[in-house]
Design a protein around this ligand. Sequence first.
Ligand code: HAM
Length: 421
Amino acid sequence: MSERLQAIRGMHDVLPERTPFWQHLEDRARAVIEGYGYREMRTPLLEPVELFKRSIGEVTDIVEKEMYAFEDRGGDRLALRPEGTAGCVRAAIEHGLLDQPQRIWYRGAMFRRERPQRGRYRQFHQIGVEVLGLAGPDIDLEVIAMTRRLWQALGLRDLRLALNSLGDGDERARYRAALVKYLRAHEAGLDADSRRRLETNPLRVLDSKNPDLADLIAAAPSLLDYLGEASRAHFEQLCGGLDAAGIVYSIHPRLVRGLDYYNRTVFEWITDALGAQGTVCAGGRYDGLVAQLGGRDVPAVGFALGVERLLDLIDLSALDPSPDAYLVAPGDAASAAAPGIAERLRDAVPGLRLVMHCGGGSFKSQFKKADKSGARLALILGDEELRNGTLGCKPLRGQGEQRTLSFDALISTLSDMRRVG
Ligand code: HAM
């Protein structure tokens, strides 16, 4: 026997029994996001490596260690996208979309070569939103309010909103100088990774997950003390808007995010239910990125949520992806007539989930398959039903006698069933 091949570590198949849960989340998310007037954009999975270096930042874990980057046969340096913001901005610049504000959303697979564990995969999926061309705290509030509405639509409680402002470039530069001074004074307490970051990207030290550094980081200077008047006003207006909307948040002065393009508002939605990978959604403002990638100097804000992490949290027990009915048709004449009858039923009952038995077999074996399919009804087409223009209809879940129904009566039974859900 030849050796069996397996999926790549950290990359998962979504089997048919799980896809209804994905579709549920995607449908709900799409309805909420499009309800705010956002339009979907689809960009390639592969982009030039340079795009991610220039946006996410050279000295970030994603770019330094996690990108699937390679040279293609023509010698071009490409990478599987590790996130969606950079491609979205590239496309907006390339297609001249920046003359007016854009509200864009996207969904799809992202790739990071991280160490796989629960909630952390090498291929994972995001649903994200990017607003290009709006500067005020009102739009920051809109995207955060949208995330809260998403959690409500998905039946999620117990998510915490962590909020911070990173200020603008010069404010961050002043903060950076103060932070470097502080970290140098405590260099002996740093681990190797943080010492390296101290040289290359000191703000990232605040993002260290090493518990031994927690106290040192907690005592570090706070970015919020370095905000200028305009950044402070932006942040205060956002906080006021959140208060007015009843959106509960807490300010985390050391929340810096793992990508370099952010300024001013940053936020994360966090749960305690998923262990170490507790951030289910993250985003913020990135006013400099569009210009940095060669576009007009327009402000921007957005977020992305992790589909796998959210699916791990949502109670999906009430979702029933089973078919409505399974058509059993033993015998040559009935099995020859079954496809036509199944099509007529599908014409008559929009959205009907009907499985037609294929492959012959006795009544008993077909009926067993009907039961196993999880369908709520078995529809039985035998010689007698065929002669009389009727169908047998037997409930497979719970009690209920088999009844013989005319075609019209069956259509109204199936229609009622779909309406009730
Ligand atoms: P991010 O924080 O890198 O931000 O990722 C956003 C979310 O994607 C995370 O909060 C998490 O739920 C999920 N995620 C990230 N990495 C993994 C992984 N390896 N396995 C499973 N889930 C993961 C961004 O990607 C930004 N582009 C967000 C953004 C959009 N900011 C502005 N606009």
